[in-house]
Design a protein around this ligand. Structure first.
Ligand SMILES: NC(=O)c1ccc[n+]([C@@H]2O[C@H](COP(=O)([O-])OP(=O)(O)OC[C@H]3O[C@@H](n4cnc5c(N)ncnc54)[C@H](O)[C@@H]3O)[C@@H](O)[C@H]2O)c1
Length: 193
């Protein structure tokens, strides 16, 4: 599978590296050019046990790269995983500006793409946000229809560590563990399409 991972912070980096380690072709996308350069040099922009080595190995293997060009990343992938930040507003609600902005970018790229595309949101969101924000934003910016030309769904973020990939063990919560890599939620898309 070809994946584009939007937001290469803690969640995005681990997801991108783990999916690449599972054999997928992964492109990380971030507004921050420094993070993009760090990944492309085979290093990690985040601190996490094992991630530096994993990113280095995946970049060397040619299965992981990063870019600031979201249109190119969408065009060259089948699935986009949205992992951008959703900080808290002063009133405690979630600031969804980054999610909306990424959906606008993905939608603009989908306008020019003929193949069907899947958008999966891993950023923290309340139930109903896919229907209330993600789908309308993608439809408006792409001029296409959800469920017809593309699909959008939300996935819970259960694990932001790559250690389970390197040293598999069953997690204490979340969905039934994947048989191949117990507790590694990077397999969620493969195991639970
Ligand atoms: N870090 C955790 O332990 C954790 C755990 C559970 C859930 N989450 C959720 O996952 C999401 C991401 O968290 P994180 O800790 O990885 O955030 P982060 O701040 O580490 O990374 C977010 C990244 O998104 C990038 N970004 C912002 N707008 C963008 C855009 N338009 N296009 C491309 N990139 C863009 C930022 O530059 C940044 O690199 C949040 O919703 C958070 O609540 C995080």
């Amino acid at each position: 599978m070809k994946l584009s991972v939007f937001g290469i912070g803690y969640v995005g980096c681990v997801s991108a590296a783990c999916f690449a380690n599972s054999g997928h072709d992964v492109t990380g996308v971030d507004l921050n050019a420094t993070k993009v350069e760090i990944i492309n040099s085979g290093k990690s922009p985040i601190v996490e046990a094992g991630i530096d080595e994993l990113i280095g190995a995946m970049v060397t293997a040619g299965r992981l790269r990063a870019t600031t060009n979201s249109a190119e990343a969408v065009t060259n992938s089948d699935v986009s995983l949205v992992c951008v930040g959703t900080p808290s507003n002063p009133n405690g609600s979630l600031d969804l500006d980054h999610v909306k902005h990424v959906c606008e970018e993905i939608g603009a790229a989908l306008k020019l793409k003929e193949d069907r595309h899947t958008v999966v949101i891993r950023s923290t969101m309340l139930p109903g946000t896919v229907e209330g924000l993600v789908v309308p934003t993608l439809e408006e910016s792409s001029g296409k229809r959800a469920g017809v030309d593309f699909q959008a769904r939300r996935r819970r973020v259960l694990n932001t560590r790559c250690q389970p990939t390197i040293n598999p063990r069953r997690g204490s919560h979340g969905p039934p563990a994947c048989r191949r890599l117990p507790s590694c939620n990077a397999h969620e898309l493969e195991c639970r399409p």
